[in-house]
Design a protein around this ligand. Structure first.
Ligand SMILES: Nc1ncnc2c1ncn2[C@@H]1O[C@H](COP(=O)(O)OP(=O)(O)O)[C@@H](O)[C@H]1O
Ligand SMILES: [Mg+2]
Length: 258
């Protein structure tokens, strides 16, 4: 299946440099005429109304918009967690609507890394164990998953925190662990829904800077939902603004974050 072809070819000799690294320049996402309606009749809400959006591999797209504008709905459709009322989401040329439940599960586990506002870490487990978890579910051998989890933690600057439990980590560090967990399977696309919403502004800057570094230095393709336009301008290569389920503005940015 095409989803498989999105994965990098060749042996994973160097786990560190393999974390989230993909070649840029290829059309990764193609969204056409996307509609998501909730409810029926007078009570119906059109969370998305005819959205077209394309994303190239290697891009960093910030999705902006007020609360209720449809940002999370769009991410859920992109992540295969929800299906559209009309229109299509193609990733690597493959229409998600054409995947059966197993195909969708495979798509979600191999192609998409998701980071939420709340970190969703397992409280009793170390940072390393949390990051390893997706690989445990894959049935990956213990030693290999240790190496990959350690590499992912190194990529987010937490090599010295592998044995810490979430309660022993700051909010920013916990979100970094969640980002490492999202990247450990080397997904084609990292999807972040208000990842700094629970963090103070200094910590939020650090996490945003990490996302920028992952995009610039490792070529991770990112879609970041935020309602903070200033923050978006500092990290994203493109800004897309949603209003009432429609894209009302799209703009290439000059990133200014160092
Ligand atoms: N499961 C649902 N059932 C009904 N309405 C929903 C559901 N999810 C979202 N909505 C509605 O769709 C619109 C967009 O929601 P959402 O995508 O969560 O916005 P955002 O993430 O931009 O705040 C809102 O009006 C919201 O109330
Ligand atoms: Mg939302």
């Amino acid at each position: 299946m095409a989803a498989k072809e999105l994965r990098r070819q060749g042996p994973k000799a160097d786990p560190v440099s393999n974390v989230g690294s993909h070649h840029g320049g290829m059309r990764l996402v193609e969204i056409r005429g996307l509609v998501r309606r909730y409810g029926e009749g007078h009570a119906a809400v059109e969370a998305l109304a005819d959205v077209d959006l394309s994303i190239e591999a290697g891009e960093f797209v910030a999705l902006l918009g007020r609360s209720g504008s449809g940002k999370s709905t769009l991410l859920n459709l992109l992540s295969g967690l929800d299906s559209p009322t009309a229109g299509s989401v193609r990733i690597g040329g493959e229409d998600l609507a054409g995947l059966d439940p197993d195909g969708l599960a495979h798509y979600r586990s191999t192609q998409i890394g998701i980071v939420f506002q709340s970190f969703h870490l397992l409280p009793g487990r170390t940072a390393l164990a949390n990051v390893e978890m997706p690989l445990v579910l894959d049935g990956e051998p213990r030693e290999e998953r240790r190496d990959r989890a350690a590499a992912a933690l190194a990529a987010v600057g937490l090599s010295d925190r592998v044995s810490h439990r979430p309660s022993e980590l700051s909010g920013g560090e916990q979100q970094r662990v969640a980002i490492a967990r999202a990247l450990v399977r080397d997904p084609a696309l990292l999807v972040c829904d208000e990842p700094t919403g629970n963090l103070d502004s200094t910590t939020a800057d650090g996490v945003t800077e990490l996302l920028l570094t992952l995009n610039r230095e490792r070529g991770v393709t990112i879609v970041l939902v935020t309602h903070d336009e200033a923050l978006a301008r500092r990290c994203a290569s493109r800004i897309v603004v949603l209003e009432d389920g429609r894209i009302v503005r799209e703009e290439a940015t000059e990133r200014v974050m160092s």
